[in-house]
Design a protein around this ligand. Structure first.
Ligand SMILES: Nc1nc2c(c(=O)[nH]1)N=C([C@H](O)[C@H](O)COP(=O)(O)OP(=O)(O)OP(=O)(O)O)CN2
Ligand SMILES: [Zn+2]
Length: 135
């Protein structure tokens, strides 16, 4: 019987939503205040969910301490207190929207988890704006 374990983390980061292929006017029209040339910041909440079977010997689906360490190593150490556009290679050619941050986070975690664990990522950009990605 599958069950889901969840780990919530957070990071603070700056970003700017911008499409370099568009004019300044078009960027302003579409992204509005999120296109501010001097960037703006969010307190992101990241929830990682792993779904799988309980190991009868440990009682775990996956050790949450190991999950915390994995999220720290693969995501927080790269994203926290950074400018996503300028500092993080994943977003050099990718707009750092909540959608894209969630997909990048999922892609960073997936190779480190066994195939029999289903992975999903929920990313809150603000208290009211959040996205979910299941791969
Ligand atoms: N589909 C998306 N839409 C928007 C994204 C996004 O990543 N994906 N991002 C933004 C802005 O970066 C930011 O999230 C918007 O902030 P804001 O409008 O201030 O959101 P709040 O929830 O804090 O504000 P309200 O007062 O509730 O409007 C925009 N769109
Ligand atoms: Zn923003």
């Amino acid at each position: 019987m599958p069950i889901t374990i969840c780990r919530q983390e957070h990071f603070n980061a700056a970003h700017r939503l911008h499409n370099p292929a568009w004019s300044d006017e078009r960027n302003q029209e579409v992204f509005d205040k999120c296109n501010n040339a001097n960037y703006h910041g969010h307190n992101y909440q990241l929830i990682v969910r792993l779904t799988g079977e309980i190991d009868p010997e440990t009682g775990y689906v996956y050790d949450m301490k190991k999950l915390s360490d994995l999220i720290k190593r693969e995501i927080l150490d790269t994203f926290d207190h950074r400018n996503l556009n300028l500092d993080v290679a994943d977003f050099q050619h990718l707009n750092p929207t909540a959608e894209n941050i969630a997909v990048v986070s999922w892609n960073r975690l997936r190779p480190h988890l066994a195939d029999n664990l289903a992975l999903s990522v929920t990313l809150y950009e603000t208290e009211r704006n959040f996205v979910e990605y299941h791969g």
